[in-house]
Design a protein around this ligand. Structure first.
Ligand code: GLY
Length: 369
C-alpha cells in the first residue's frame, strides 16, 4: 500500500498527464490555472521569471516514472524559453529559476549536449548582472540599478553549477560575492530576511530596504523567507561554507515559529489578522528547503516541520479534480494584488509541492545544483 506522500505523488502525475495536454495544444507556458483553463504569464511573455517551473514540473514527473510524455512536454516548454535568449529584453536575475529547471534539468536527466550549452548561456547572462561593487542586479528598470532581492539566493545555484561544469571560477566567485552581501545586508537579528535592498551601484553601500511583495516595509513576506531558507541551504550545499548553513538554520527557525496550526502559510508573517491572506507557495518552497536542511544538519526537527507543511497542503489545499488544471490552491503572488494572482492555483506552487513530495519519496533529481 502507498503511504500518503507516495499516493499524492501518484495522483499528481496522473492529473498532470491529463492536464498537460491542453497546455501543449495551446502552445503556452502555463503560469496559473483558473476556471478549467491554463493562463500564461501576466507580464513579459515567456521571459516572465516563472517560465521554468512548468518544464521543471514535467522533469520532476519524468524523473519519478520515466514516462516519455513528460519529457516531450518539458522539451516543448524548454524551446519556448531558449527562444527568449534572442530577445533578451526582459531577462533578469531569474534566469536561474528559468533555465536550471528547463535546459539544466534536460542536461542533468538526459545528457543532451545543446541543453548544456543553453544552461551555460543562461549562467553567462547571470554572471553579466554582477555589479563588482558587491551584488547581482535583480531587475532591469532604469531606477533599479542598485536593487538586489532575496529571491536571487535561489538563482546562485546556476553560477555554482557553471563553475563545476567548466572549471572556470568566475561564476562561483560572483555567487559568493552576492551571497556574502545577502548574509550581511538582508538577514535581520530575529532570523527574518528583507525582500529588497537597494545599494549604491557606484560603491555598493547599502542605501535602504524597500517594501516588496509583502505587507509593508520591514515586514516578513513569507515566500521571501522561504527563498532565503532554501537559497542559503543551497549555498551551503554548493560551498560547504558554515556561515551559509547557519543563516539557513536561523531563517528556518523563524519560519517554523510562524507555521499556522493548520500547516498553511500566511502571505506575510506580520500581516494583519484580517483579511486572511495565504500563500501556499511559500509553504511548499519552505518544505523543500527544510528537507534539504534536515539532511545537511542531521536535525530531524526540520524534517518534521517540512512534513507539517506538506500535510497542511495535502489536507486543505489540493484540487484533485480538473476544476483547476493545476493542483495547489490558495497561492498568492504578492500581498497587495499586482495582477499576478491571489488565492488561486499558480504553477510554481505545484512545482515546489511536487518537488517536496519527490524529496520525501526519494525520487527528487535535485534540479537546483
Ligand atoms: N519574485 C519572485 C517571487 O515572486 O517569489
Amino acid at each position: 500500500m502507498l503511504n500518503p506522500y507516495e499516493d499524492a505523488a501518484r495522483k499528481a502525475a496522473e492529473k498532470f498527464r491529463r492536464t498537460a495536454v491542453p497546455a501543449a495544444e495551446k502552445g503556452i507556458l502555463p503560469y496559473k490555472s483558473e476556471d478549467g483553463a491554463w493562463i500564461p504569464s501576466p507580464f513579459d511573455g515567456n521571459s516572465w521569471w516563472t517560465g521554468g517551473f512548468w518544464p521543471g514540473l514535467m522533469w520532476q514527473l519524468y524523473a519519478a516514472a520515466a514516462d516519455p510524455f513528460f519529457l516531450e512536454e518539458a522539451r516543448r516548454a524548454e524551446a519556448l524559453l531558449t527562444a527568449e535568449f534572442r530577445s533578451f529584453r526582459y531577462l533578469n536575475h531569474d534566469v536561474g529559476f528559468m533555465y536550471l529547471l528547463s535546459c539544466g534539468a534536460d542536461w542533468k536527466l538526459t545528457g543532451d549536449e545543446q541543453a548544456r550549452w543553453d544552461t551555460l548561456h543562461a549562467a553567462s547572462l547571470l554572471l553579466g548582472r554582477l555589479n563588482p561593487a558587491g551584488f547581482i542586479r535583480a531587475w532591469n528598470g532604469e531606477n533599479q540599478l542598485g536593487y538586489a532581492i532575496i529571491d536571487c539566493m535561489m538563482n546562485l545555484s546556476l553560477l555554482f553549477w557553471a563553475t563545476r561544469e567548466t572549471g572556470d571560477p568566475r561564476f562561483a566567485h560572483a555567487a559568493r560575492i552576492h551571497a556574502d552581501t545577502t548574509l550581511r545586508e538582508f538577514l535581520r537579528p530575529d532570523g527574518s530576511v528583507s525582500h529588497i535592498v537597494e545599494f549604491d551601484p557606484e560603491n555598493g553601500k547599502r542605501i535602504r530596504e524597500l517594501p516588496g511583495q509583502g505587507y509593508a516595509l520591514g515586514t516578513s513576506w513569507s515566500r521571501g523567507q522561504a527563498w532565503g531558507l532554501y537559497g542559503f541551504t543551497l549555498a551551503w550545499l554548493n560551498t560547504e561554507d558554515p556561515r551559509y548553513l547557519e543563516a539557513a538554520r536561523r531563517i528556518a527557525d523563524y519560519f517554523i515559529a510562524h507555521i499556522r496550526p493548520d500547516g498553511l502559510t500566511d502571505c506575510d508573517f506580520l500581516q494583519p489578522k484580517a483579511p486572511e491572506r495565504l500563500d501556499n507557495i511559500a509553504g511548499a518552497v519552505a518544505a523543500c528547503g527544510l528537507l534539504e536542511l534536515s539532511k545537511a544538519t542531521g536535525d530531524d526537527r526540520f524534517r518534521m516541520a517540512a512534513l507539517r507543511l506538506v500535510d497542511g497542503l495535502l489536507t486543505h489545499c489540493c484540487d484533485w479534480t480538473d476544476r483547476h488544471l493545476g493542483l495547489l490552491t490558495h497561492c498568492t503572488a504578492s500581498y497587495h494584488d499586482d495582477g499576478a494572482g491571489r488565492h488561486t492555483n499558480i504553477t510554481y506552487g505545484d512545482y515546489f509541492l511536487v518537488e517536496a513530495l519527490a524529496k520525501i519519496n526519494g525520487t527528487d533529481p535535485m534540479l537546483w545544483r
